[in-house]
Design a protein around this ligand. Structure first.
Ligand SMILES: [Fe+2]
Ligand SMILES: [Fe+2]
Length: 184
């Protein structure tokens, strides 16, 4: 039996997402998800996995202090935001009832989304992981300015609603060649 897809809107509007996504910004998350959809179509990679991982890729950003001061050095060196992001996204997805195979692939794509991260050294990325990294990089601006662009939550929801419709259309026409997708 085909179960209903967990939508981008249901992920975006969850209280966990609303709390943590504010740190890196809704705009960057929405643009990354839209980029991921385009890349997924071009590369014949599952748009459901691609857009979910891109939407949630920076959900791990957090305060990280040492003796009361922002500690970028250890935050960056020890991969705090990709690790925390993978963990938060995995918990969110499984609580929503996401297929565990999909939750795993999305969490791993988030874990490896940062190209400059030490965690990625000597690692061969999967097509999905590469796609999510590129969808993120396409929105990158100097000095992290992509995290500062603001967007009303209503606009973010509307854009993800539109993307959900496009993903549904795409999945209905799916010819089962999408990478590692079980057509749920
Ligand atoms: Fe990131
Ligand atoms: Fe990002």
């Amino acid at each position: 039996m085909k179960l209903p897809r967990i939508t981008l809107v249901s992920l975006l509007t969850d209280s966990v997402t609303l709390k943590h996504m504010r740190v890196a910004g809704f705009h960057h998350a929405v643009v990354a998800a839209e980029n991921a959809f385009q890349l997924a179509k071009e590369r014949n990679i599952c748009p459901d996995l691609s857009t979910k991982a891109a939407l949630l890729h920076d959900i791990g950003h957090t305060d990280w202090e040492k003796q009361g001061e922002w500690d970028f050095e250890s935050y960056d060196y020890f991969d705090i935001h990709p690790i925390k992001g993978a963990e938060r996204a995995h918990e969110l997805l499984t609580l929503k009832g996401e297929h565990l195979g999909k939750a795993r692939e999305i969490a791993l794509a988030i874990l490896f989304h940062s190209g400059s991260s030490p965690i990625n050294t000597n690692l061969e990325l999967t097509p999905l992981q590469k796609l999510v990294m590129e969808a993120d990089d396409l929105d990158e601006q100097e000095s992290g300015r992509h995290h500062l662009t603001e967007i009303p939550l209503k606009e973010a929801i509307d854009r993800m609603e539109e993307l959900d419709e496009n993903i549904d259309i795409h999945l209905n026409r799916c010819d089962e060649r999408c990478w590692n997708c079980d057509k749920r």
